[in-house]
Design a protein around this ligand. Structure first.
Ligand code: AMP
Length: 404
């Protein structure tokens, strides 16, 4: 059976997963960290031989000055630790790429033109696209005979109607500078919304879902018949929900106000809104486990943080309910969505009139890593927890593209 290698290349790291597409499961995974920073660290994990046995973890240190060298180290780990890539059919290398602009509405086979396009879109994702591109270029050299597929975080949201993606701003901003809503986390929203329809035994084309992807970054998406029609992240991932370190929605005049009155530059405001805001700014920690620990100790700032976080979630659920007209499922996913029962309860508190309720026992006794309904039996709208699996979705989209 064929395999797909999925790569997520950051500015100084490459995360990878080799998936057996018969099982839809990883047969190896790992990460190279500190690329270009002298001594790099490669961690390579191979699952135990039999179910239930722990994964074997191997750590190595070597100099990887760039992504090409990082990928050579990964290849070396496969040949010395296993599984041996020569012994398997590697159908594709699937790359996570953050920004596909308005150009990419789905996965594409990488060629020189696609590389140029990803580079041209860099102003929209200056931290991510150049790193993603470096990973692609390294992989094309490391695996010259294997098809390389780019899967974009923005692609799933290219179905947004103009009424949802257009900002009411001057025309040349929209044309010359490509200012519009793009949305992110698309791979996760696509996977989770499709799984929701499958679990409910419904036709995807006739299922409307609200997905709350709540990780360190967080976004909400309204999906109508398998198509994203509204999403909370915008031109950049800053807009929308309150996140670990990002503010989410603020008054657009906040930048100008702080530049005029606080002696800050626009860049400083931008950095602070992305890295020093959100739950971190309100509670002093961005990990929800830590925030709830403080709440339990009576910390008023932490309590305000979770109140603001859940209030924003309820606002978006209401808005997306209106955008969809009919909702067939509400789904929680990612680190907070999958693990934090108090956030889930807070997000739907008071929304009974919308048909949204949670069974406290189901919500609190959720088995980690499983797909489960947390609404009462026979609830008007199923509320579910579905663990996201972006690597599998990238691998599936890569194979689909090649088989088309
Ligand atoms: P992600 O970006 O999807 O990996 O999510 C990471 C975030 O999930 C962390 O920053 C935590 O806030 C949150 N998280 C992970 N595990 C838990 C847990 N058991 N309870 C509450 N929050 C959690």
């Amino acid at each position: 059976m064929s395999h797909v290698l999925v790569l997520n290349s950051g500015s100084s790291s490459i995360k990878y997963q080799l998936l057996d597409m018969g099982e839809g499961a990883p047969v190896a995974s790992g990460v190279v960290e500190r690329i270009g920073e002298g001594q790099s660290i490669l961690t390579h994990k191979v699952p135990g031989n039999t179910p239930g046995t722990p994964a074997r973890k191997h750590e190595r240190r070597e100099a990887c000055p760039d992504h090409e060298a990082g990928l050579k180290a990964v290849l070396d780990a496969f040949s010395t630790i296993g599984p041996d890539l020569d012994g398997i059919e590697l159908a594709a290398v699937g790359h996570r790429v953050v920004h596909g602009g308005a150009r990419f509405g789905g996965a594409v086979l990488v060629d020189d033109q696609v590389e140029r396009d990803i580079e041209e879109l860099a102003p929209l994702a200056p931290l991510h696209n150049p790193a993603n591109l470096a990973g692609i270029q390294g992989a094309r050299k490391a695996f010259p005979n294997v098809p390389q597929v780019a899967v974009f975080d923005t692609a799933f949201h290219q179905t947004l109607p103009p009424a949802a993606y257009t900002y009411a701003v001057p025309a040349h901003w929209r044309t010359e500078h490509k200012v519009r809503r793009y949305g992110f986390h698309g791979t996760s929203h696509a996977y989770v919304s499709r799984r929701a329809a499958e679990i409910l035994g419904r036709d995807v084309a006739d299922t409307n879902v609200i997905v709350l992807h709540l990780g360190n970054g967080a976004s909400a998406t309204a999906i109508q018949g398998g198509r994203s029609v509204e999403t909370s992240m915008g031109l950049t991932p800053l807009e929308g929900l309150v996140m670990g370190t990002r503010s989410g929605d603020v008054d657009p005049s906040l930048h100008a106000y702080l530049v005029r009155n606080a002696g800050m530059s626009a860049a400083e405001v931008d950095t602070a809104l992305n890295k020093q805001s959100g739950v971190l700014a309100l509670a002093g920690a961005n990990d929800m486990r830590e925030v709830w620990r403080m709440v339990d100790e009576g910390d008023a700032d932490a309590k305000l943080a979770v109140d603001v976080y859940c209030h924003r979630l309820r606002k978006y659920i209401g808005a997306y309910y209106a955008a969809l007209g009919r909702v067939d499922a509400l789904v929680f996913t990612a680190g907070v969505g999958e693990n934090d029962e108090r956030v889930r309860a807070g997000a739907v508190a008071g929304l009974e009139r919308l048909g949204l309720t949670i069974d406290p026992a189901k919500n609190e006794n959720l088995e980690r890593g499983t797909e489960q309904a947390i609404s009462p039996d026979g609830a008007e709208i199923p509320v579910m927890v579905i663990p996201t699996n972006e690597e599998l979705e990238i691998a599936v989209q890569s194979l689909d593209l090649l088989n088309r």
